[in-house]
Write a protein that binds this ligand. Sequence first.
Ligand SMILES: Cc1cc2nc3c(=O)[nH]c(=O)nc-3n(C[C@H](O)[C@H](O)[C@H](O)COP(=O)(O)OP(=O)(O)OC[C@H]3O[C@@H](n4cnc5c(N)ncnc54)[C@H](O)[C@@H]3O)c2cc1C
Length: 283
Amino acid sequence: MKELLIIGSGPAGISAALYAVRGGAPVTIAAKDGGALEKAERIQNYYGFADGVDAKALLAAGVEQAQKLGAKLRRTEVFGVEFTENGFRAKTAEGFLDAGALVLACGTARSAPPIRNLKTFEGAGISYCAVCDAFFYRGKKVAVVGGGAYARSEFEELKNVVEDVTVLTNGDPALEGFPCKTEKLASFEGDERLKEVVFADGSREAYDGVFIACGSAGAFELAKKIGIASENGKLLTDERRMTNVPGIFAAGDCTPGMQQIAKAVCDGMIAGTEALRYLKAQH
Ligand SMILES: Cc1cc2nc3c(=O)[nH]c(=O)nc-3n(C[C@H](O)[C@H](O)[C@H](O)COP(=O)(O)OP(=O)(O)OC[C@H]3O[C@@H](n4cnc5c(N)ncnc54)[C@H](O)[C@@H]3O)c2cc1C
């Protein structure tokens, strides 16, 4: 059977892994960290814990359970997902991971950087996906906003197509080896389309396009790269938790509904079971 790749090691990803691996699928979980539960303290409303449970202990117990059953955990950041002849390939900080099916369990969308008029120019000069939109900026001048590994990856995607690309780190240190501006950004300006970036020190620079790549790629950004339908930043699925892309499932906070552990675990159970069924049918 082909590999099931699960992106995320929170309750949704781990629950998907438990069901898939117990059903016989080879499972790899790629996750950069523990997700929302790392920020939580005591969980008082989860089934079976009359006195509550320490959030980090609950998280660690789930990861241990999945690993004990045979799921492989890779602590790495995923930058993008693409189609291959045999299924899918994820681009990570440590190379590529191939899979026959995917479960996206990446948690809730990141908050966008607080830069004035960001929303105004989304889709009109502001993009969240280099691989999707680079082509429109051939021969033009663009910038990537971000200061980490994901910004570097988006820069490299753009550089394949667009000559003039700068990284705007928005106050973060310069990325070594990349053309950077480190001033903080104050606002985006233009008319129907973005025309320029205004920096906190009052200076301005004209750009035809700006690609937002702050922090890591969230579910929304990963989904966009491979054509998964979303609404209000959440990935849409059917009752099997399968997205509009056959073989790609989504579970937990990255999908619509309550942002709670119980819901993430339930989603993961369904996504893991259905991904297993999908892989068996391909066999
Ligand atoms: C402070 C706080 C308190 C909470 N209290 C409660 C509570 O009391 N009860 C309750 O039921 N719920 C609570 N929640 C909500 C609960 O934690 C979430 O609903 C649940 O963790 C969602 O699970 P998930 O697996 O969908 O996402 P997450 O747990 O957020 O996991 C997301 C995973 O995706 C990974 N990931 C994301 N992007 C990438 C990428 N590009 N590359 C690699 N990996 C990636 C992350 O590293 C992580 O492993 C709380 C949340 C917070 C923040």
